[in-house]
Design a protein around this ligand. Structure first.
Ligand SMILES: Nc1nc2c([nH]c(=O)n2[C@H]2C[C@H](O)[C@@H](COP(=O)(O)OP(=O)(O)OP(=O)(O)O)O2)c(=O)[nH]1
Length: 132
């Protein structure tokens, strides 16, 4: 099975988290699903380097702080095995623009469950809720 390794940012402004919606995709299980911004780690990059690069590419966003690893999820999608490393990050503004995603929401932890998340994100969402 193909393996994909990605980093993802749980971006906080005060007590809200930035959630982004993926565009339409031929893979129905990720098409138009909500996720944490990020993307694939490239050859030779550290996780933090990949995260900073992806946040600039997708959002023109520079976090004021990135915490240590929050959680790594391994999830088997029908077409590939995903390893996703998530990091809490902090923003000094709620004004973040989207270069690739089709919509975004700032939600408190208790409201995260209202979105239609990519399956691999559900363990992260659940851990955020448990830690509240
Ligand atoms: N960034 C990110 N990807 C996620 C999450 N949940 C989830 O299932 N994924 C999956 C969707 C994609 O198959 C893969 C990430 O690929 P991507 O398309 O965002 O990464 P990328 O920009 O580096 O990819 P590329 O299109 O440039 O090759 O991980 C998530 O919360 N954040």
């Amino acid at each position: 099975m193909k393996k994909v390794e990605v980093v993802a940012a749980i971006i906080y402004y005060k007590n809200e988290i930035f959630c982004v919606q993926r565009p339409k995709n031929k893979l129905s299980y990720i098409s138009e699903k909500f996720e944490f911004p990020g993307g694939k780690i490239e050859k030779g990059e550290s996780k933090e380097e990949a995260l900073r690069r992806e946040l600039i590419e997708e959002l023109n966003f520079y976090p004021i702080k990135i915490d240590n690893l929050f959680e790594t999820v391994i999830h088997e999608y029908p077409d590939f095995e995903l390893t996703m490393h998530s990091f809490k990050c902090y923003s000094e503004t709620k004004n973040i623009r989207l270069n690739e995603h089709i919509s975004s929401e700032w939600l408190t932890v208790k409201n995260l469950e209202k979105l239609d998340w990519a399956e691999a994100d559900i363990p992260i969402v659940n851990r955020l809720i448990e830690n509240e």
